[in-house]
Design a protein around this ligand. Structure first.
Ligand code: PGA
Length: 300
């Protein structure tokens, strides 16, 4: 549980869940009655590491130039000055430059939805990280489940792209997640484990902290079915543990892990309360300024 104000009732509800851990940060206030109960019931207070949240909009194959510009302007006008969270817009390649120009005088960042692992060459249809950097892109989504499903992306291609993105200076948002069948078979963790270990293989520690991971259960993408905050937290905590095994705990504590899959204004707040959920990768609800802004301002 994470709360800004912790009172006696919160201790009782924590005890009811059978858990003995409460997450706090520097702004958490604990009432005297709660403090007394915390020591009496031997509840552990764990400090939540403050990772700057990222709210990223994955526009997928949507928006003409005019539509893209309108949407970017709408988001910039209301959320352009935010400093306590990063807002990233990921339009299709054709609209990247238009969106970049629309948000260039704000704090909003721009990301691509994919990239290739070479700088240039005879690779018809591909776009390189160097080209993305050239137009001011800072992020790139890699290994989205739709790319895995329709375009032959796999953990090996993901690994090449992640390495190249990091070398080029882009922040990769690496997507992992299980299908419904895999979840029902009870193999969620081993599927995610393989995607994380193979996709992030042989990356030096100094570069690793720039990676962002998005846990996107395939069954939750575009289906209206969101993972519950508890389901998402369980996998996020597991991924963070894995990151600690690959590099070390300090790196693991600093890497941001986003949740994705039917995020809406109605469910983002509860997801963001979980200690290992550091933001969201939003598809459908990022296509309208109104709903995306509600997600961006999830804590108001
Ligand atoms: P969704 O898509 O929010 O429409 O489910 C999320 C994603 O695919 O990144």
């Amino acid at each position: 549980m994470y709360k800004k104000l912790i009172c006696y009732d919160d201790i009782l509800s924590t005890l009811k869940t059978g858990k003995r851990v409460i997450y706090i940060d520097n702004s958490t206030i604990i009432t005297p009655e709660a403090k007394e109960a915390i020591s009496r019931f031997k509840i552990e207070l764990r400090r939540r590491i403050m990772r700057k949240p990222i709210i990223a909009g994955n526009w997928k194959m949507h928006k003409t130039l005019k539509e893209a510009e309108e949407l970017a302007n709408g988001i910039r006008d209301s959320a352009g000055n935010l400093q306590d969270r990063e807002i990233v817009l990921c339009p299709p390649f054709t609209a990247l430059l238009t969106v970049k120009n629309a948000v260039s005088s704000s704090n909003i960042k721009v990301g691509a939805q994919d990239m290739f692992w070479e700088d240039e060459g005879a690779y018809t249809g591909e776009v390189s990280g160097k080209m993305l950097m050239d137009i001011g892109c800072e992020y790139v989504i890699i290994g989205h489940s739709e790319r895995r499903k329709y375009f032959g992306e796999n953990d090996q291609t993901v690994n090449k792209k992640v390495k190249k993105a990091l070398d080029t200076g882009l922040t990769p948002i690496v997507c992992v997640g299980e299908t419904l069948e895999e979840r029902e078979k009870g193999i969620t963790m081993s599927v995610v484990r393989k995607q994380v270990l193979d996709g992030l293989k042989e990356i030096e520690k100094e570069k690793a902290k720039n990676i962002v991971i998005a846990y996107e259960p395939v069954w939750a993408i575009g289906t209206g079915k969101t993972a519950t905050p508890e389901q998402a937290q369980e996998v996020h905590a597991y991924i963070r543990k894995l990151l600690g095994e690959i590099w070390d705990n300090e790196i693991a504590e600093n890497i941001r892990i986003l949740y994705g899959g039917s995020i809406k204004p109605e469910n983002i707040k509860d997801l963001m309360k979980e200690p290992d959920i550091d933001g969201g990768l939003v598809g459908g609800a990022s296509l309208k300024a109104d709903s995306f802004l509600k997600i961006i301002f999830y804590d108001e």
